[in-house]
Write a new protein. Structure first.
Length: 358
């Protein structure tokens, strides 16, 4: 074969690969927003946070989220490392619901249930980069996605955006917005960073101290679907009203924590949780507009090869996913997640990191 022809064939395959990567017509790239020694990298594949870099008490920069080195691994991921979640984060029981007399059958991707928006939820699609300011006083990136009527079984077209912005030391603001264009639909957006504020490669989080500002949880049945009961944490291993080590009572719970808390605050921007790691001196404070937070201790992360070849194991991170109550669409006593056309949905999360020298 002449070298010209093989070059052409080669080019054809490269173009083909690029096209395959741009399912919705956009290329998959990595973007960094940076403010001094604070940096966040995201990819438009799943609007995913890839890394969050900031110093520890000795000034040493560390990456405080679990993740992978390549987009290929993100595509293959089943843990939702760093990804945006939607159209409805968490589980919808039986992958179905009835809205205004119409019954909707959704794509089940976890047994009979739908988890995190289905097989091709917002974590598995390519988003469009709308705005990108890499550095300066207010670095930010806005990604958008158009979810079509019927996608994964949901009614109506929906446009969503997520904005990641760095504010003064060391605030990371995450704002999700959505609009239903033509039909009422459940919407609840969240994201799934696996935090290890001691460093993604520092081992488990069991000695980190957590405080969750919630007196109640929404217990689950054997299918991981809320029973509908809102039950007090008092005198249970779920009580984190006062700061406690993650590992202090984790052995009392099969596999570890994976539960939704109903936040106590009635303010718009609610205090969610504080996580503190003595070794690095890093503290993370979370506030959000959502009524609930899922506390998950990475129980099903087993022998997962991550960044720099580091292998993640159970409890090597914790997730605090702020959200509407799981399966709200099937529980009339839970706050509604239905968004009607013309109304907009907003969910803001603010992560504040501080570095304590003592
Ligand atoms: C994809 O995931 C499977 C199962 O988790 C794993 O065995 C395999 O190595 C992964 N492939 C890549 C390219 O990461
Ligand atoms: C950073 O977050 C804290 C609260 O967590 C807030 O008091 C402060 O005003 C925020 N700073 C900026 C610049 O947004
Ligand atoms: C339910 O249907 C009625 C009658 O068609 C309509 O007026 C109303 O807006 C619908 N509500 C929702 C949430 O779609
Ligand atoms: C717009 C909308 O309905 N958002 C909801 C997400 O879920 C929580 C509770 O489940 C609601 O309080 C929000 O209003």
């Amino acid at each position: 074969m002449s070298s010209k022809i093989s070059l052409l064939i080669c080019l054809f395959f490269i173009l083909h690969l690029l096209a395959a990567d741009s399912v919705t017509g956009h290329k998959i790239e990595i973007y960094e927003i940076k403010k001094g020694d604070f940096s966040v990298k995201v990819t438009n594949y799943g609007a995913t946070i890839i890394s969050v870099l900031l110093p520890d008490k000795n000034g040493k920069i560390g990456d405080v989220v679990l993740g992978y080195d390549t987009i290929k691994e993100y595509r293959n991921d089943t843990s939702y490392f760093g990804a945006a979640l939607g159209r409805v984060a968490n589980r919808i029981g039986g992958a179905q619901f009835t809205l205004n007399g119409t019954h909707y059958k959704l794509v089940a991707n976890e047994g009979v249930n739908m988890l995190h928006g289905g097989l091709k939820g917002f974590s598995k699609v390519v988003w469009k980069v709308r705005k990108y300011v890499q550095d300066g006083p207010s670095p930010y990136i806005t990604l958008t996605y158009h979810s079509a009527d019927g996608e994964e079984g949901f009614p109506g077209d929906v446009v969503v955006s997520v904005t990641y912005a760095l504010k003064d030391h060391y605030n990371l603001s995450v704002v999700f917005k959505a609009k239903a264009l033509n039909k009422a639909t459940p919407i609840n957006l969240s994201h799934h960073p696996y935090w290890n504020i001691g460093g993604h490669n520092s081992g488990d989080v069991l000695s980190q101290v957590v405080q969750i500002f919630a007196s109640h949880i929404t217990p689950l049945d054997t299918q991981h679907i809320p029973t509908g009961i809102i039950s007090p944490v008092k005198n249970t291993p779920y009580d984190f009203l006062k700061p406690r080590k993650v590992g202090s009572r984790i052995d009392k719970i099969q596999n570890g924590y994976d539960i939704n808390y109903a936040l106590d605050s009635t303010e718009k921007m609610k205090h969610v949780a504080i996580v503190y790691d003595k070794k690095s001196g890093r503290e993370m404070d979370i506030k959000a507009t959502a009524p609930g937070v899922q506390f998950y201790t990475a129980n099903w992360v087993i022998n997962t090869k991550g960044k720099g070849g580091y292998v993640y194991q159970p409890h090597s991170a914790l997730c605090l996913e702020t959200q509407g109550f799981p399966d709200a669409v099937n529980h009339p006593n839970f706050p509604s997640t239905i968004v009607t056309p013309g109304k907009s949905y907003v969910h803001s999360v603010l992560y504040t990191f501080t570095i304590k020298k003592y």
